[in-house]
Design a protein around this ligand. Structure first.
Ligand code: UD1
Length: 386
């Protein structure tokens, strides 16, 4: 059995790590291709090292560019490798440009495509990730879903039920594997917040950082929040460039530090001890839910509604007053009990490997247990932080 995984951007790497371990454990040949979409050491190499992912067998060196350039670059450079390796299955992860590009090439070569983290939908067609998700799922033969609502979405789009496998969340596999090491790093002390309440921030979506007036409003909100609790903002490279252009400086009394992107373990350790997370990341919505840390997601929608309906996540608009009021409420309502979500149990990658290597079928109950009407009302509640 030869499986070839294609990854390219930061959120792909933590999804790959547990799948690689499980495939190798079962004796499968696992070829890893890195597209090079992310290339800064702290956005790429650091994750391979910390998560014990073997060095990629192929590196495509695609780098940054417009969406078309990036997607086309991956496609052109991947095609000969797939032709030469002829894997039994090509695995793609998440919703980044590398995911879509790889799925397109593999499908056109007649190779079977497996999509890890299939079926998530925000319904927001302005997000490049939504286009990547929908098209990748349409091209996939094996759809590995993190939650039951994903099955509901896929069935509604006419994807045959026998392609669906409700395996659980591979991000949580990695979290469970890494948490003891992450806590041992003592990230709060390294970031100067040990023993104090603090918030962790990440923001990189175009909708939040590309418009200078939105970005300024967000930075002012963080500055005000930092008068109440310490704030550590791990700044993505695209956000850094835009903040530099704005020339933002926090007020003197605010404990707001803008730091470089953090490695996986340091970020996890910091988040695990936080009173609050403010983010637009997909993965952090899930990680905070699993850890029971309140999370404000600065977006109008989410492809991960289960983190709002069953977890600690709330959606907020990018407005200073909204964020500050929601932050107060979130800190106050923190519960000591961690949410429990079905199959977010550290065994998702093992289930994927069972499907791939042993022909297991995990499609027994593909349709979401949560009816759409209930999802919609939960969405309305989540959006009430407006
Ligand atoms: C990509 C994903 C997004 C994911 C995010 C996580 C797409 C469409 N978007 O967004 O879903 O949440 O990764 O980080 O695939 N840059 C660097 N160094 C790097 C990588 C990027 O400086 O190692 C800068 C470059 O200026 C680049 C910009 O960041 O143009 C954007 O990078 P890109 O890979 O296009 O998208 P992300 O914003 O990282």
């Amino acid at each position: 059995m030869r499986i070839l995984s294609v990854v390219g951007a930061r959120p792909n790497f933590m999804k790959l790590a547990p799948v690689d371990r499980e495939l190798v454990k079962r004796g499968a040949e696992h070829v890893i291709v890195h597209t090079g979409q992310h290339y800064d050491p702290e956005m790429s190499n650091a994750f391979f090292e910390e998560l014990w992912i073997p060095a990629p067998d192929h590196h495509l060196g695609v780098g940054s560019g417009t969406h078309a350039q990036q997607t086309a670059g991956v496609m052109q450079r991947l095609e000969p490798i797939l032709g030469q390796r002829r894997p039994d299955v090509v695995l793609v992860y998440g919703d980044v440009n590398s995911t879509l590009a790889a799925a397109l090439v593999a499908a056109k070569l007649g190779l079977r495509v497996g999509h890890v983290e299939a079926g998530l939908r925000s319904g927001d067609w302005t997000m490049p990730e939504e286009i990547n998700r929908v098209v990748t799922d349409r091209l996939s033969d094996l759809l590995f879903m993190p939650s039951r609502d994903a099955g509901d979405n896929l069935v509604a789009e006419g994807i045959p039920a026998d392609r669906l496998h409700f395996v659980g969340n591979v991000m949580i596999d990695t979290l469970c594997w890494a948490l003891p090491q992450a806590v041992a790093l003592d990230a709060p002390a390294r970031q100067g917040v040990a023993g104090r309440p603090y918030a962790v921030v990440t923001l990189h979506r175009p909708s939040n950082v590309d418009d200078p007036s939105v970005l300024r409003e967000l930075l002012e909100a963080l500055g005000r929040l930092a008068e109440r609790v310490a704030v550590r903002f791990a700044v993505h490279p695209r956000t850094r460039a835009r903040i530099d252009t704005l020339g933002f400086r926090p007020a003197g009394e605010a404990d707001l530090r803008l730091v470089e992107p953090l490695g996986y373990l340091e970020m996890l350790g910091l988040v695990a001890g936080a009173h609050l997370v403010v983010t637009d990341s997909g993965g952090l919505q899930e990680e905070t839910t699993f850890l029971g840390v309140p999370c404000l997601t600065v977006r109008a929608n989410t492809e991960r509604p289960i983190t709002c309906t069953h977890g600690t996540n709330r959606l907020v608009l990018p407005r200073r007053d909204v964020i500050l009021a929601a932050a107060e409420r979130a800190i106050a309502r923190r519960s000591p009990a961690r949410p429990v979500i079905e199959r977010w149990d550290g065994r998702a990658a093992a289930r994927i490997a069972e499907v791939l290597c042993d022909g297991a079928s995990l499609d027994e109950t593909p349709v979401a247990a949560v009816p759409r009407a209930r999802q919609a009302s939960a969405f309305a509640a989540a959006l009430s932080e407006r």
